[in-house]
Structure formats: C-alpha cells, structure tokens
Write a protein that binds this ligand. Structure first.
Ligand code: AMP
Length: 142
C-alpha cells in the first residue's frame, strides 16, 4: 500500500516550531491551541497535538487523549468568552472529509441558533480582532 509521509513543512508544524505566526491561546507539554485565521464564527479556535501526524488514524493514542483533554478545556473557555449557547467540535480526516491542513487538529466553533457558519477556510479575519479574541479566551481560562 502506498502511504504518504507526514510533511514537516505544513503550516501547523511551522507554527509549532515558532517558524510561522499565530494567535496563541494555550500550550502545554503535549498540545497547543490558537485562533483559526479564517474563522467560521468569531472565536473559532484550533487545538493541535505536538505530534507529527496527518490525522487521527496516525496519531499516538496518548496524544489523542491529550488533545481531547485540551479540547474540553478550550471549549469551556470559548463558550464563556463568547457567551455561546452552543459549541461545535469537529475534526476532519483526509482530503475527502474536507481536511486542508495535514497536521491533525480539532476545530472549536461557537454556535448560536439562527446564525449560519461562514464558509470553511475562505475569508481571512482581521488580525487585531483575532488578537483580542485570543486574549478573551485566555482570560476565560483563569
Ligand atoms: P481543515 O480543513 O480541517 O484541515 O482545517 C484547516 C483550518 O486551518 C481551516 O479552518 C483554516 O482556516 C485554518 N488555517 C489555515 N492556515 C492557518 C494558519 N496559518 N493559522 C491558523 N489557521 C489556519
């Protein structure tokens, strides 16, 4: 079977190495969280494990557990920071599932009834806004 190797130059790997900028929200030994630059709603946050895997199927189970733990923590903070009635948690595996960045990540997106999600990975947000949103989420964790 032909397998495609993890590309260490994908954008999230660069963010983890500090080679590309991001609006960081949280970091621990095994995971990292930051604002999605093309958010589908205000407060759209991504959680990634510090492990070179394209998707959930390639991810070490210990890191999968660490990612789930961080997702729960960040989802609570995003809900509080954006006063969101609902929180969408999503994780896409493989291009046919809609994955566009090939370092595994989980989306955390605030949801309110009657407000549609913006299109996936389409429109760049204002960086000053993203910075403020990251600060709001960090404050909600304390
Ligand atoms: P997916 O389609 O599930 O692979 O999602 C990739 C997500 O990464 C999309 O929601 C993009 O908006 C987001 N994204 C792409 N490049 C960056 C970046 N440099 N910093 C933050 N988010 C990004």
């Amino acid at each position: 079977m032909l397998t495609v190797a993890y590309d260490p130059n994908n954008i999230f790997a660069k963010i983890l190495r500090g080679e590309a900028p991001c609006f960081q929200v949280y970091e621990d030994e095994m995971t990292f969280a930051f604002m999605d630059v093309m958010p589908q709603a205000e407060g759209h946050t991504l959680v990634i494990p510090k492990y070179p895997a394209e998707d959930l199927l390639d991810l070490d189970p210990e890191y999968a557990a660490a990612m789930a733990k961080t997702v729960k923590k960040i989802a609570a903070a995003v809900k509080k920071a954006f006063d969101a009635p609902g929180i969408l948690v999503a994780q896409l595996n493989g291009a046919p599932a809609g994955q566009t960045v090939f370092h595994i990540h989980t989306h955390i997106i605030p949801r309110s009834q009657g407000i549609d999600l913006k299109l996936h990975a389409r429109q760049m947000a204002d960086f000053d806004e993203l910075k403020k949103h990251a600060e709001r989420i960090k404050a909600a964790m304390n």
